[in-house]
Design a protein around this ligand. Structure first.
Ligand SMILES: *Cc1c(COP(=O)(O)O)cnc(C)c1O
Length: 361
């Protein structure tokens, strides 16, 4: 076995909801742990899947011609500037494999998406971090941390799990200062939920002569996490290289059909945003009433300080039938993360949290 593989701690996803419920004898557990869409999948996507089912004996279109056309229109980009993945995780994997040689450096931050470190380890790269400042990505510190070995910078904005976002002026300074040989990836899994107009969109900063890649996913705002489809966009020369790493049928037929329909489902997208924005306000208000501190979020989840071991709070919440995430692995031993659910799920979360923490609910 290659020695660097021994260093990898596999990604820990939550237990299946059905299994947890079964183990604990719960009949009505709710899951607010993986930042999924509480409204379910986009209805237009569901209809497209149903229609595509009878063609399942056929291989998918390797180049996803129609989906790329739709995405091109949606984003205002040429099809050659796009790459599709089995989830945006897969596009991240292409980027790391294409750009990071053994010993090459990937730069990111602490308290961020765990996949970045794992993918770097998988290629024998060196994962370096610049610490967050006040739970926000510190772009000047990242700029200063760039070395001659830095190949790739991985950022997500809004950041998972803090929910904070950096704004245009700091982002523009950062891009300006970057050595032109370093590729920057802006993972925008939660960009749909940002409501501050000062949050930059990678799309607006794309240039053929700039090594900037934007990543988006259908897993969150479009409610298609189970189907595994995401995409990246950037300079066509770089996308051409990434495509060489792509297995021919990485995005299945149902995912292609669903994603194409979901892009046109504006009503669902709007409804999702409204549920998240209203839910965030409700949860903030209730946390304040309970005297708990939280980080205001530009995403569909909220980081909450519980001032006791997060793992214990997670377990106790589980017994109440509310599945959330302990943030211990993310470097926050006394924080939990909850994603915004439907109004009744948010209420249930608050009630359970008050009970578990012994606060007047
Ligand atoms: C959820 C998430 C993604 C999306 O991953 P998929 O593979 O597209 O499901 C990407 N980046 C971050 C930071 C996420 O939290």
């Amino acid at each position: 076995m290659q020695p660097h593989l021994a260093q990898i701690t596999p990604y820990k996803a939550g237990k299946p909801l059905e299994e947890l419920a079964r183990e604990m004898g719960l009949t009505d557990a709710i899951k607010l742990a993986s930042n999924e869409n509480p409204l379910g999948p986009s209805p237009l996507a569901l209809a497209a899947i149903q229609e595509a089912l009878s063609d399942l004996h056929r291989y998918p279109d390797s180049h996803a011609y129609y989906l790329k056309e739709e995405l091109s229109r949606h984003l205002g980009l040429a099809p050659g500037q796009l790459i599709l993945g089995n989830g945006s995780d897969e596009v991240l994997d292409f980027l790391v494999r294409a750009l990071v040689p053994p010993g090459g450096e990937v730069l990111s931050t602490n308290h961020t998406f765990l996949m970045y470190g794992l993918l770097t380890q998988a290629v024998g790269g060196v994962f370096r971090i610049a610490p967050l400042k006040d739970l926000r990505v510190d772009l000047p510190a990242l700029s200063r941390a760039v070395t001659d070995q830095t190949r790739l910078i991985l950022l997500n904005n809004p950041n998972n799990p803090t929910g904070t976002a950096f704004l245009r002026p700091e982002w523009e300074d950062f891009l300006e200062a970057l050595p032109p040989r370093v590729t920057v990836v802006l993972d925008e899994a939660y960009i749909d939920f940002a409501d501050d107009p000062q949050v930059p969109q990678s799309l607006e900063y794309l240039r053929e002569d700039r090594l900037l890649v934007g990543l988006r996913t259908f897993s969150k705002a479009y409610g298609l996490a189970g189907l595994r489809i995401g995409y990246g966009f950037g300079p066509s020369g770089l996308m051409d290289y990434l495509n060489r790493l792509r297995l021919p049928f990485n995005v299945n037929r149902l995912a292609q059909a669903a994603a194409q329909a979901a892009l046109k489902d504006r009503a669902f997208w709007e409804r999702t945003r409204a549920v998240v924005h209203e839910g965030r306000v409700y949860i903030y208000r209730e946390l304040e009433r309970l005297g708990l501190s939280y980080t205001p979020s530009q995403a569909n989840y909220i980081l909450i300080r519980v001032d006791r071991p997060a793992q214990e709070v997670y377990q106790a919440m589980l017994r109440e039938g509310v599945i959330i995430r302990s943030m211990e692995e993310y470097g926050f031993p006394e924080h939990i993360r909850v994603n915004v659910g439907l109004p009744e799920e948010n209420q249930r979360f608050i009630k359970a949290l008050a009970k578990v923490l012994g606060l007047a609910g």
